[in-house]
Design a protein around this ligand. Structure first.
Ligand SMILES: Cc1ncc(COP(=O)(O)O)c(C=O)c1O
Length: 321
């Protein structure tokens, strides 16, 4: 069994194209999947019920056993009425009969008779020509408003020269947008009383011309304060600020001690081997000290560079993953 969202995908705002749907349906057919089409945003993608119904009709026309679950919470503003519809579509009458019997038994056990007022409201609207037309036109107004909000948000971010590419907010559809904000950036947004899940999903219907500039400004601040490609974000602040510095210091100290010991031993050996008077010894010792200093400086620089390169490479690997 596979569950697919029909239209206006929550949370990404990205729907497959018709071509991609055709391929998905083909796979479902070949693998004989039972498909559940979950449709909670009918009309929200394009503002047109007919257009948005394409995928549901397409799947219903295929030789696929299909459950089509539709919610009217959002598109009819009936959040607290729990109104939806389940259509069971199969070309096999035996399957249809078996499902009907099972559903009747389960319905009896679970809720017996459900509340009917929400359903009556939907029934009234979709079966009255004037109300139906009004609903469709209001849906268009609503989706156009959401599209405008998308556009204004992107324009505002571009005006602020906010780092990053925000094109996806424009190209996504429906009520939601995966903004691309990281969990850390979302934390910052919350501290500014703008609420969204840690995934960075924005509900665009919460934006208005009144709060737009404030939201864009906070996104801008969040992105600049906690850059996505910042090594602190990639490796975690504690790692970079604390652990990496400690590691660098420990490695440098160990290397310096080892190098000093080795060079001192070499100098002592050289002095002993060279022998001779006080002046010669003094020259040898001065040369040895210079050698020690040069070697220590070179080794410290090399070690610091190597550690930093390792950290950056680790960050790049994480980004690519
Ligand atoms: C994809 C999807 N399916 C179903 C639902 C649930 O709809 P309802 O309000 O009818 O419970 C939601 C609600 O957020 C949803 O996003």
């Amino acid at each position: 069994m596979v569950v697919l969202q029909a239209v206006g995908h929550n949370p990404t705002g990205v729907d497959p194209t018709r071509e991609q749907w055709t391929e998905i349906a083909q796979v479902c057919k070949t693998k004989q999947f039972i498909v559940v089409l979950d449709c909670a945003y009918h009309g929200f993608a394009t503002g047109d019920l007919e257009e948005d119904a394409w995928v549901m009709r397409y799947f219903a026309d295929q030789d696929i056993n299909l459950f089509l679950a539709q919610s009217f919470s959002k598109n009819l503003g009936l959040y607290s009425e729990r109104v939806g519809a389940l259509a069971v579509i199969s070309k096999d009458t035996q399957i249809n009969n078996a499902i009907q019997t099972n559903m009747e038994l389960n319905i009896q056990k679970i809720w017996s008779t459900c509340a009917g007022q929400g359903g009556r409201i939907v029934n009234l609207i979709v079966n009255d020509e004037v109300l139906f037309a009004k609903w469709k036109s209001q849906m268009l107004t609503m989706t156009e408003r959401i599209k405008t909000m998308r556009q204004q948000l992107v324009d505002s971010l571009r005006n602020l020269d906010t780092p990053g590419n925000w094109d996806h907010i424009e190209t996504q559809i429906g009520m939601y947008s995966y903004s691309g904000l990281t969990a850390k950036q979302v934390e910052y947004m919350r501290s500014k009383h703008i609420f969204m899940p840690s995934s960075g999903r924005i509900c665009l219907s919460g934006l208005s011309t009144k709060n737009m500039q404030y939201v864009a400004k906070c996104i801008d601040e969040a992105v600049r304060k906690y850059p996505e490609n910042d090594i602190r974000y990639l490796l975690g602040e504690a790692v970079v600020v604390g652990e990496v510095i400690v590691v660098v210091i420990v490695v440098v100290v160990v290397v310096v001690v080892v190098v000093v010991v080795v060079v001192v031993v070499v100098v002592v050996v050289v002095v002993v081997v060279v022998g001779g008077g006080g002046e010669e010894k003094a020259t040898v010792i001065i040369i040895a000290v210079v050698v020690v200093v040069v070697v220590v400086v070179v080794v410290v620089v090399v070690v610091v560079v190597v550690v930093l390169v390792v950290v950056v490479v680790a960050a790049v690997v994480i980004v690519e993953k």
